[in-house]
Structure formats: structure tokens, C-alpha cells
Ligand binder design. Structure first.
Ligand code: ADP
Length: 626
């Protein structure tokens, strides 16, 4: 049985990836070997998993391994495995397209700047196509486990945008990837070179990687340790080995920031190895992106992306969990409702949070880098996992009025340590971004008193912060809501000022309320303004205008609630207003103050043209031009 040779075009993204491989990854060419051995190891893992329920798939050959062979004269290197193999359809899809979600968007982000793109590609994971870094012709011969010898396939490409596929006879199960090296890559077809690369990059691979014995062509010996890395005692694994293993499981080109390797014994037995990545994967925010740990049961690979062992807000953590107790035939469905998995999940969650805390205390700079990449994800934990709130709170970092820059570097412990004597609240303010928050009129008095305010630049923070409760016995307080609750920070002079303002401005406040009508709930003298004439204040629970807009965009906005207008009665413009008689000029200016306050509040007005017309009218009048 033989089908004719068919020619197929690569998916556009694959073509782009191959071009990049060939031109941009020139300085790390040797990574092709680790990538292909990694794929061979995955293929062996998959067969071992399938054979759990169908041992006949082994067809008498249950010892799984990887072979690396070369021919210096012909200039070829072959990486062979006896794993699951590929059938025709699988070869066409797996070696012609990229299945990861978000691939097209990812490639849209490439800039054409080779150095930057090479880094991005590192995030994406280079994989099989790295063969084309060193080879100008790649042949893949394979037979799927369980298929007869006649069902072999031969795939070939010369990196010219196309590949061919045809049927062949193949006695061996599994896959051979044959690299026809480019002229300038022939140096890799060398025993010493290949052995040292296998040892350097693939020592952690759990299957033996075999190479021909020196001087003997048909006798092979393992070159690597061939032991599951996580099963070895911590003291015997070097940092370099941990890093290489991370690359194998994560497809991340950057080194991890920190890891934790633990064996749990007792009622439940399992080993976990968790890593904190240094850079976010391209699909961190994609709903359907793969996440989760690699699951093994007694060293046997069970599945990638076992999501059940960590909560969603820790989805950036990579690693392996190997259970001694779960059944080998465990399925995703079973994992979802297994009590034991539930217990492991809470222990691993705690372990991961401890690992984050350790990085934060050991290396502030590395933690800052992690926060920058994953802070937004981690924050989700405050609502997703209230049980661990006490562990999550110390991990948060904020921008603050204490610093001149907008970097998120202040921890709540830093804040509390700097609190003023008598200060009872942790103050924060939320804006469209950090600098908008910094400029918020609501914090003018606080700044005047030297009280630090945390600056939040993301509207979703409003919702998160509202649920926080307290840290270190201090309640959180949104400076733009309700009373400022200054407590002992308010001195007698402050109170006097407010009392006096209330008395003196009674008429003004009422006239303003009359002019603005239902748009405001109340007009009152402000305790928080120093330089600005007016601001809007909501009560503790009312939805902000921006948050309302977010909800509105999702078709679920509740009706708008009027806010309170606070006036800085000492402000010249407010005093000027007070001096105006009842009439159009008064109403216009009151309206103008209200619109300004709204603009500060939500960065937006319903009718900007009306506002600018009013403002122009006022300016013309004040300039005495009319
Ligand atoms: P990834 O390994 O990240 O999925 P690759 O580009 O390295 O991406 O490989 C693409 C797919 O090709 C793999 O997911 C796998 O299905 C298939 N593949 C690659 N190498 C082998 C192999 N040696 N044996 C079987 N299948 C393989």
C-alpha cells in the first residue's frame, strides 16, 4: 500500500517561525538538540501513558529510550525515539501548523527587529522547527504505536515553505528526525560535541539518551543520567540541572527566578517541583491557554496542564507533581472531584505562596520583576482565594506618594511601618493610571499632612480593594469615598475650619445644591481639598463612574447614583462664586465646578461641548472682554 507523495504548504505562522529560526537564533544554534530530545521524551511519555490501558502497544518493546546518531561524512544527525509516533494526519497537522491558541495574535506582535523577535520566540517555545536552525533539509520518518510496519510515513521539508508527505514501510515504532546539516553546521556531527550537548542540556531527561560507544557502531551506551529529576534528592541536583529541566517543561527561553522542590510523606505521598518564571508567556491572558502542572503518577507521565493542582491566580507557576497515591488511570474528570487532589491543591497553593514570599524577602529586585509580569494575575487571588488572603496581602506591591516614580514597589508592610502617629487607615486612591491617581484632588489634604497614599492605576482595583478589609489591624480607606476618617490625624484647627466653613457657607452650599439639583446628592465643605476648588465624593459602597462604564460595556450597569459635591470654601474661585448674586452667572459657574469635579472623577463628561462653551463664556467674562 503506498500513497503518492503529496506536497503541502506550511501554515503562514510556521513559515514565519522558520524564517526567524534560521535568521535570528543564530547565536544559540545548539538548542536544536535539546528541543528535539525534549520532543522525543514527550513522545515516549505519551506511549507509556497510552500503554497503561493498552499494553499491547509496546509490541514486546517496553523499554523506552532515545538515540542520537550521526554521520560525519554525510553531514547528518538523527534523533530517534521509540515512543508514540505520528501517523499521516498527525504529521501533517503537528509538523505543519502550530496548535497553540493565540498563535496568530502572537505573530502579529513580531516587530521585524531580529533581536527582539528572537526573545519573543523564546517565550513562545521553539520546538520542532528549531531543526531548521542547523539543517537545510529535515526528514521525519515515523510509525504510530499500534500500527503495522506498512503504515509508516516520511515527511520532508527544505524550509522553502512546503513539506512533502508519503507512505513508507517502517519496522521501528516511533520517530526518527534526520537533520541534513547546513555546510556551516557540520561541526555538530561529532561524537564529542553531541555528547557534551546531551549532558549539558538533556541530562534531566528521564529516558536514556543513547549514543554509539566509541569505536563501536552497533553498541550503544546512555549518555545522560536518565533519572526523573524530581525523584532525585534535592542535594544532588545542581542549579543548572534545575534550570535545564525548567526549560524542558516550560518552553520558556528565560531562566526561572526561583523554585521549590519538596517531597511530602505520610498520609499522602507526592513530590512537587514548582518554578517561578521570569517572564509571562504570550498567552497569559488568554482564557483557553494551557496552564497547570505536569502530572506524573509514580514517575509515569499522566498529563500536561493538570489545572486542578493550583488555583487560577497562580496559573503562571510551572512545575511537576508526582503522586504515589493517585491511580494510574486518573482522568481529568476524576481529578476534578477527588478529595485527595483537593488536599494536594491546598498544600501546593500554600507552597507556591511561600515560594513567592521567599523570593520577595530574599531578592527584592527579582520580586519586582515578577510582580511586573504577574502582579495583575496574583491580585486575582484576593477574590478567588479569600482563605489565603493573609498570605497574599504581603505579596502585593503598590505605587505610592512616598516615591517620586510610579513603580509598584511598596508593600503594605512598608506602608504600615511609615504610618504617622495616630494614623488608623491605609489610604489609597484609584485613577485611570498611576499618574492620574497621583494628581487626584481627593488626596490633597492627606499629602499636605504628609500621609502616604497608595496609588492604584487600574479600575478593577476598585473592586479588589473594596473587599480587602484590613492589614496588620489597619483598615483600608479609599480617599475618594465617604469621610476621610482622619482620627487623631485631624487637629483641632481642621475641625474649626470645617465648622466655620459650614456656618459661613451655609447659603452658598444650599444655592449650589439648588443650581445642580438631582445631579448631586449633597453639597458640603471639603476636608480633603487643598488646591482644587471642588471634588466629587461617593459613599463607601457606591459604584464609581468608571466602574459603571466597565459594567455598562458588559451590558450590566446598575443605575447611576448621585455623588456628593465637596467644595473647598477657601478657594478663590469658590469665594468668587459665593459673591455672585442668584442668577445665570452663578448657575453657570456652579455647573462648571461640578463638571470639573466629574472630569477628575471619571475622565469623561456626558456633554463635553457644553462644558467647553461654559468655560469659554466664563473666561471671556473674567477677561473683561465682554
Ligand atoms: P510542542 O512540543 O511545543 O507541542 P513542537 O513544535 O516541538 O511543539 O512539536 C509539535 C508537535 O509535533 C508536538 O506537539 C507533537 O505532537 C509532534 N511531535 C514532535 N516531535 C515528535 C516526536 N518525536 N514524536 C511524536 N510526535 C512528535
Amino acid at each position: 500500500m503506498s500513497t503518492p507523495r503529496e506536497t503541502h504548504g506550511f501554515q503562514a505562522e510556521v513559515r514565519q517561525l522558520m524564517q526567524l529560526m534560521i535568521h535570528s537564533l543564530y547565536s544559540h544554534r545548539e538548542i536544536f538538540l535539546r528541543e528535539l530530545i525534549s520532543n522525543a521524551s514527550d513522545a515516549n511519555d505519551k506511549l507509556r501513558f497510552l500503554a497503561l490501558s493498552d499494553p499491547a502497544l509496546y509490541a514486546g518493546e517496553a523499554e523506552l529510550a532515545i538515540w542520537v546518531e550521526f554521520d560525519a561524512t554525510a553531514g547528518t544527525i538523527t534523533i530517534r525515539d521509540n515512543g508514540v509516533g505520528l501517523n499521516r494526519e498527525e504529521a501533517i497537522t503537528h509538523l505543519g501548523t502550530i496548535a497553540k491558541s493565540g498563535t496568530a495574535e502572537f505573530f502579529g506582535r513580531l516587530s521585524g527587529d531580529q533581536q527582539r523577535d528572537a526573545q519573543l520566540i523564546g517565550q513562545f517555545g521553539v520546538g520542532f522547527y528549531s531543526a531548521f536552525i542547523v539543517a537545510d533539509r529535515v526528514v521525519v520518518e515515523s510509525r504510530r504505536a499500534g500500527q503495522p510496519a506498512g503504515a509508516g510515513i516520511r515527511w520532508e521539508s527544505r524550509a522553502d515553505g512546503e513539506f512533502t508527505i508519503e507512505a513508507t514501510e517502517r519496522v521501528q515504532r516511533g520517530t526518527s528526525v534526520i537533520l541534513h546539516l547546513k555546510e556551516d553546521a557540520r561541526e555538530y556531527a561529532d561524537a564529542w560535541r553531541l555528547r557534551s550537548l546531551v549532558r549539558r542540556y538533556s541530562d534531566h531527561i528521564a529516558f536514556p539518551v543513547r549514543m554509539a560507544k566509541e569505536g563501536a557502531t552497533l553498541e550503544y551506551e546512555p549518555v545522560n543520567q536518565a533519572q526523573a529529576l524530581w525523584a532525585r534528592p534535592r542535594s544532588e541536583v545542581s542549579d543548572e540541572e534545575y534550570r535545564a529541566f525548567y526549560r524542558h517543561i516550560s518552553h520558556d527561553g528565560a531562566d526561572p527566578l526561583l523554585w521549590a522542590h519538596n517531597r511530602v510523606e505520610g498520609k499522602r505521598e507526592y513530590t512537587s517541583l514548582l518554578y517561578l518564571p521570569a517572564q509571562a508567556p504570550f498567552d497569559l491572558w488568554q482564557r483557553e491557554a494551557a496552564r497547570g502542572l505536569k502530572l506524573y503518577v509514580r514517575r509515569v507521565f499522566i498529563m500536561d496542564n493538570a489545572e486542578q493542582f493550583l488555583p487560577l491566580y497562580l496559573r503562571f507557576i510551572k512545575g511537576v507533581v508526582d503522586s504515589s497515591d493517585l491511580p494510574l488511570n486518573v482522568s481529568r474528570e476524576l481529578l476534578q472531584r477527588d478529595e485527595q487532589v483537593e488536599a494536594m491543591r491546598s498544600a501546593l497553593t500554600r507552597r507556591a505562596l511561600e515560594l513567592l514570599a521567599k523570593l520577595a524577602s530574599d531578592d527584592a529586585a527579582k520580586y519586582a520583576a515578577l510582580w511586573k509580569e504577574f502582579g495583575r494575575v496574583l491580585k486575582e487571588g484576593l477574590s478567588e482565594d479569600p482563605g489565603n488572603r493573609e498570605r497574599i496581602l504581603p505579596l502585593l506591591r503598590y505605587a505610592s506618594t512616598h516615591n517620586a516614580d510610579d513603580a509598584e514597589s511598596v508593600s503594605l508592610a512598608d506602608y504600615v511601618a511609615r504610618m504617622k502617629p495616630g494614623q488608623e487607615r491605609i489610604y489609597y486612591v484609584i485613577g485611570e493610571n498611576h499618574s492620574a491617581a497621583r494628581g487626584s484632588p481627593h488626596i490633597e489634604q492627606l499629602r499636605g499632612k504628609g500621609v502616604e497614599v497608595l496609588l492604584l492605576g487600574d479600575r478593577v482595583d476598585e473592586w479588589v480593594m473594596g473587599q480587602l478589609g484590613e492589614f496588620s489591624g489597619k483598615r483600608f480607606k479609599d480617599a475618594a469615598r465617604g469621610e476621610l476618617e482622619l482620627g487623631a490625624l485631624a487637629d483641632a484647627a481642621d475641625q474649626e475650619r470645617v465648622d466655620a466653613a459650614l456656618k459661613e457657607s451655609k447659603g452658598l452650599l444650599k444655592r449650589c445644591k439648588d443650581a445642580l439639583g438631582e445631579r448631586v446628592r449633597e453639597v458640603r465643605p471639603s476636608t480633603r481639598l487643598a488646591d482644587s476648588p471642588a471634588c466629587l465624593v461617593r459613599d463607601e459602597t457606591g459604584l464609581s463612574e468608571s466602574m459603571r462604564r466597565v459594567l455598562e460595556a458588559h451590558g450590566q450597569a446598575p443605575p447611576a447614583a448621585a455623588a456628593t459635591l465637596e467644595l473647598n470654601v477657601a478657594h478663590p474661585l469658590v469665594r468668587y462664586l459665593d459673591g455672585l448674586p442668584k442668577g445665570e452667572a452663578f448657575d453657570e459657574l456652579a455647573q462648571l465646578l461640578y463638571d470639573q469635579a466629574r472630569l477628575n472623577d471619571s475622565g469623561q463628561l456626558d456633554q463635553p461641548a457644553v462644558f467647553t462653551r461654559r468655560l469659554t463664556g466664563l473666561l471671556v467674562r473674567l477677561a473683561g472682554a465682554q
